[in-house]
Design a protein around this ligand. Structure first.
Ligand code: CO
Length: 134
């Protein structure tokens, strides 16, 4: 059911420092920062030949990644995102198998303008999984 790895998301405490590291030290192609007020994050996408890295930084007081950074002050891998062809079919199949979909279970529009859902990390070997309709 899952398709390509769309991105790996890394929560970072210092966005400018992380951008400089990926651009200058690792020599990656880094896109401009993008504020996502609906998701409480500022996002920077890094384009790699086979996938993307998504740097996440808290935006606003109720950012969902604030707690993660409190627990991981130097940052860390926050989630991985797999592509699916049909997000509602994927959701229904996962729910039927007992997986927990976060939030109200309805897809939200993600950073790429496409519908996304998140799956509970405790159901997926300790990893927060994002599904994005390709
Ligand atoms: Co993501």
């Amino acid at each position: 059911m899952i398709g390509r790895l769309n991105h790996v998301a890394i929560a970072v405490p210092d966005l400018a420092a992380a951008v400089a590291q990926y651009r200058d030290t690792l020599g990656a192609s880094v896109r401009p920062p993008q504020d996502e007020p609906d998701h409480g994050v500022t996002v920077v996408f890094i384009d790699l030949p086979n996938t993307k890295v998504e740097l996440l930084h808290p935006l606003g007081d109720n950012s969902p990644i604030r707690g993660f950074l409190d627990k991981n002050p130097s940052g860390g891998i926050h989630h991985i995102c797999y592509e699916v062809d049909d997000i509602l079919a994927a959701r229904d199949r996962l729910k039927a198998q007992g997986a927990r979909v976060l939030g109200d279970g309805e897809p939200k529009i993600g950073a790429h303008g496409k519908p996304v859902l998140f799956l509970h990390p405790k159901d997926f070997t300790g990893t927060l999984v994002e599904l994005e309709q390709a």
